[in-house]
Design a protein around this ligand. Structure first.
Ligand SMILES: C[S@@+](CC[C@H](N)C(=O)[O-])C[C@H]1O[C@@H](n2cnc3c(N)ncnc32)[C@H](O)[C@@H]1O
Ligand code: SF4
Ligand code: SF4
Length: 351
């Protein structure tokens, strides 16, 4: 088993404020320094032989030195991919095209599309957002950049799962991916809630869709598994995640969302330690979590929601998680409304 890739949460800036988002729009925006990304990738290359990396956020393309972030990867021989909301993508493509190595190293862009129709997607994200993603997809098609469509599924959009299959095929996507939406502790959670049985019915529909399409259909970690002792890719060290503060934490689902204050899902700070040291601490943290799961299995304390690995994980680490009648765990210490941070605080941005 090898470290597959490191995902960097490179910025918390965003031009949207999606209802389901893990990001806290009231935090002062911050960017991960390019020097840290470069150094950590160098270590990953040297120690693990890694050759691929990924960028997420916030909206990664809004990192003020986004070109330099990509260069930190491609200059060291890494290929890369990113998750983006697709806004202003023609300009992003232009920035990437300024150095051929940047595009040559880009394996794919995952665009978030949370509905097959503008009505559904824009209600979750923002008016005009659906058109932006469609434009992004068409410029990718025109310039030969592979793209994936990624939907975070919940009660507000699950009825469009099949239509997403058709749309992704028509747009020429290379893959379609369905993520199970985790709660974030805000009032929006109650509108997103589906019961375990309902999420399982959605999964069955996604599996039927997968059989019907030639386009690959992915279901990342988080969906129901029969076996309660499930080892996800981060738990197997196949993916490491670096949060906005430069700390190795469990994965993007834990990154920046409200917790019980214990920060138990953070393994080590790369500002003050090597990647291998942070990884060593990460392995211990995962070991403890797996032991706790085994204890729960032994005691017969596994409920329906515990078969959804990410939900159990979020609960174990003191984060918001689905429960039988709604949401458990700490509430977000903020309201969610579009542009909240910018409207309230006009402080300078720090990096
Ligand atoms: C946090 S965003 C960052 C990248 C970019 N801003 C975007 O929206 O694609 C990465 C992915 O996480 C998904 N996401 C956000 N909140 C989520 C949640 N509560 N549960 C599951 N996925 C979530 C988004 O829909 C998006 O596909
Ligand atoms: S999910 Fe929406 S609000 Fe969250 S980072 Fe992506 S675009 Fe921004
Ligand atoms: S939330 Fe936990 S179980 Fe899910 S992918 Fe992340 S580390 Fe793995």
């Amino acid at each position: 088993m090898a470290v597959g890739w490191i995902t960097f949460h490179i910025t918390d800036r965003c031009n949207l404020d999606c209802h389901h988002c893990l990001r806290d729009p009231e935090l002062r925006p911050k960017d991960l320094p390019v020097a840290l990304i470069r150094r950590v990738l160098g270590e990953a290359r040297e120690k693990y032989g890694s050759d691929h990396t990924a960028f997420s956020g916030g909206e990664p393309t809004l990192h003020p030195e986004f070109g330099a972030v990509v260069d930190a990867a491609v200059d060291q021989g890494f290929s890369w991919h990113m998750v983006s909301n697709g806004h202003g993508f023609p300009a992003v493509l232009e920035l990437l095209g300024a150095r051929p190595e940047r595009l040559a190293g880009l394996t794919s862009v995952s665009f978030s599309l949370d509905g097959a129709t503008a009505g559904v997607h824009d209600a979750i994200r923002e008016k005009g957002s659906y058109e932006e993603v469609l434009r992004a997809a068409s410029v990718c098609m025109a310039s030969g950049v592979k793209f994936v469509l990624q939907m975070a599924v919940h009660a507000k959009n699950e009825h469009e799962v099949e239509a997403m299959g058709l749309l992704a095929s028509q747009l020429g996507a290379n893959r379609l991916s369905f993520t199970l939406t985790q709660p974030t502790g805000t009032h929006h959670d109650r509108d997103h809630y589906l019961s375990p049985a309902a999420f399982r019915r959605v999964l069955a529909r996604i599996e039927r869709l997968r059989d019907a399409l030639t386009l690959p259909v992915g279901v990342p970690e988080g969906w129901y598994t029969e076996q309660p002792f499930h080892v996800c890719q981060p738990f197997a060290s196949q993916q490491l995640h670096v949060d906005l503060q430069g700390r190795v934490n469990l994965c993007c689902q834990h990154s920046g969302i409200p917790g019980d204050g214990s920060d138990r899902d953070i393994a080590g700070d790369l500002n003050v330690m090597s990647l291998t040291e942070a990884h060593r601490r990460f392995v211990r943290l995962v070991h403890d979590a797996q032991e706790a799961k085994l204890d729960a299995i032994e005691r017969g304390e596994i409920g329906d929601w515990d078969h959804f690995a990410c939900n159990w994980c979020m609960k174990h680490f003191g984060k918001p998680h689905w429960i039988d009648d709604g949401v458990g765990g700490p509430p977000a210490a903020r309201q969610r409304w579009r542009g909240a941070w910018e409207k309230r605080n006009r402080l300078p941005i720090v990096s």
